[in-house]
Design a protein around this ligand. Structure first.
Ligand SMILES: *[C@@H]1O[C@H](CO)[C@@H](O)[C@H](O)[C@H]1NC(C)=O
Length: 278
């Protein structure tokens, strides 16, 4: 009996050790980030860190990220996180380590300052906001995603851009319209909410166009057929995110950035507002 007890204790210890090393090896070897250096040679610096949708490769956001760099005058760094350990999904278990890895890799690559902004697509946009609340991030961008219940726009501690697509078959425009309604209410008492938590929409774009390349089966199954090209969708994402970065980080022409957000907000309203039937 005593012998057995000792053996089982040893087995438990061995198991625990194995689990711990699997955890650490998992974190250091599996979740990675791919760095895209700035295209501007000078000026104030910032970085966007992408958190992918479920089973979408981190690199699938490279074209989207480059469109943001092209639209922005900020000396903008990019980190695309990827290779998540659990079914290639950015779960809350992996996210803090993935982000720590991204900050470290950006700094090592030469990123100066502390202006980090998180960009989450789809499921990545579900898990990013709770993490971001207590993190070095200065703002959050949600692509085909929204602040989930219990996180109101007005009480969320960071600026957040909710950027939706008209023909998104997974995160439907009807759901984003609720967030838009919430923003309308906020604006009626606090007009500056429009710039702190804008809710925008891209006409004719679909869920897959926030990324590029091969999409997982669920996206292919539910997404709608887009009316605009992927390049056109990326250009618009680039412009909206660039305007939001200018305004939320206070870098560059903030007045111009605000005017662009206001115009995009009005344009989105033409699709969000339920028109009278009669
Ligand atoms: C994922 O891992 C592969 C293989 O090591 C690597 O080539 C790729 O850059 C990684 N992706 C990201 C987004 O870090």
């Amino acid at each position: 009996m005593a012998h057995l007890a000792v053996t089982s204790t040893m087995t438990s210890l061995l198991l625990l050790t194995a689990m711990f090393s699997a955890l650490f090896i998992g974190q250091s070897l599996a979740v990675t980030s791919y760095i895209i250096p700035p295209i501007r040679s000078s000026g104030p610096e910032a970085a966007v860190i992408f958190v992918p949708g479920a089973r979408i490769d981190g690199k699938a956001y490279e074209a989207t990220a480059r469109a943001i760099q092209a639209a922005s005058n900020i000396r903008l760094w990019v980190a695309l996180t990827g290779n998540y350990t659990l079914n290639n999904m950015a779960t809350p278990l992996d996210l803090p380590g993935a982000m720590r890895g991204a900050y470290a890799k950006l700094q090592k690559a030469g990123m100066k300052g502390d202006k980090y902004v998180g960009v989450g697509h789809s499921l990545g946009g579900v898990f990013l906001p709770p993490y971001a609340k207590h993190s070095p991030l200065k703002a959050v961008v949600l692509l085909g995603a929204y602040l989930t219940k219990g996180n109101s726009l007005s009480e969320y501690p960071l600026p957040v851009l909710t950027l939706s697509a008209e023909l998104d078959g997974q995160t439907r425009i009807t759901r984003i319209a609720e967030t838009y309604e919430e923003l309308l209410k906020d604006i009626s008492t606090a007009p500056a909410s429009l710039y702190r938590t804008p809710v925008l929409n891209i006409a004719g774009a679909c869920h897959a166009q926030f990324a590029s390349g091969k999409m997982p089966a669920t996206v292919v199954k539910y997404d709608l057929h887009p009316d605009i090209s992927e390049a056109a969708a990326h250009r618009q994402i680039g412009q909206h995110v660039s305007d939001f970065l200018t305004v939320s980080l206070q870098i560059g022409d903030v007045t111009k950035g605000k005017a662009a957000l206001r115009q995009a907000f009005n344009d989105a309203g033409t699709r969000f507002k339920v028109k009278d039937v009669l």
